[in-house]
Design a protein around this ligand. Structure first.
Ligand SMILES: [Fe+2]
Ligand SMILES: [Fe+2]
Length: 291
């Protein structure tokens, strides 16, 4: 099949790139004892207060402190997300139906293990903790084709959202070099994972769409859109606001979520994956549920 041939060729190219770009993550970074607390740790436009009325009430020192805990939250989300995706890929490697991508999966799992290490290292060194956020139930769909499709779609969406943050911070020269580097190194590996994810998700969907009913397609779209909203909400973590010394962290979160300026920022962060989902025919429109 033409599609399979293309998939095999792309996989080979991505595996070759992984091998050529192989690096030792344990030697790659210099970790200063501390990072300056009078500078932002996250690009201002990526913080969860950006553009809101609440932001205008914060002093520059408060914004810096908040950006520090928001950055620990972002890397913690990575640690948690990677744990889940490694488990899912591990369950499928060298099993029936995954013969073709299994070689790539070895690189994927290896690289993700290393990403989890450097993200955890950052959190523990500079925040003294890894945040634990709310979890979604595992998919457990009765049709394995649907389950596989949803698993890899979620991985792709997660990686695309993270990549938006990585790219912005890697390019932001107001940030400390260690912060920029963590984001840059991750982005470089993720560009391969995202290229792979788009191919696989497109392929799995085309196999599924042959005999899926309109209702099944709607359910899939709804499920994935809810996952996007869930992921976007994870950036508003009340534990972060508490650690940043904000009174009434829950009320603070509510005010941010209610601020219309946040919808624009959120849309920007998911622009690429939304466009992909529409183009692949997985989404019929670009509306996201509000709650
Ligand atoms: Fe990663
Ligand atoms: Fe990845």
């Amino acid at each position: 099949m033409e599609q399979d041939k293309r998939f095999v060729e792309i996989l080979q190219r991505l595996v070759d790139k992984s091998v050529d770009g192989y690096y030792n993550p344990y030697r790659e970074f210099t970790w200063p004892d501390s990072l300056p607390d009078d500078r932002m740790w996250m690009s201002e436009d990526l913080t969860s207060t950006y553009g809101t009325e609440v932001e205008a009430e914060l002093s520059p020192a408060e914004r810096c402190r908040l950006s520090r805990w928001e950055s620990i939250n972002f890397y913690s989300m990575n640690v948690e997300g990677i744990r889940e995706l490694i488990i899912e890929v591990m369950r499928r490697i060298h099993s029936r139906g995954f013969e073709v991508p299994s070689d790539f999966f070895h690189h994927f799992i290896g690289e993700e293990n290393e990403h989890m290490w450097f993200f955890a290292e950052f959190c523990l060194r500079y925040g003294g903790k890894i945040y634990s956020g709310p979890k979604l139930n595992s998919i457990g769909h009765k049709d394995p084709r649907v389950e596989n499709f949803l698993v890899f779609s979620k991985i792709l969406l997660f990686e695309e959202i993270v990549d938006y943050y990585n790219m912005r911070m890697a390019a932001d020269d107001t940030l400390h070099e260690t912060i920029r580097k963590v984001n840059r190194v991750h982005h470089e590996d993720e560009s391969r994972h995202i290229a792979f994810g788009r191919e696989l998700v497109g392929l799995l969907y085309s196999q599924l769409a042959v005999d899926a009913s309109a209702e099944q397609r709607r359910d899939i779209e709804e499920y994935l859109k809810r996952y996007i909203v869930f992921s976007l909400r994870s950036f508003y973590n009340p534990q972060v606001y508490r650690d940043a010394g904000i009174n009434d962290p829950l009320g603070f979160r509510e005010r941010l979520l209610a601020d219309p300026a946040r919808r624009d920022a959120e849309r920007k962060s998911v622009r690429k994956p939304m466009a992909f989902m529409l183009k692949a025919g997985i989404f019929a429109d670009d509306l996201l549920p509000t709650a």
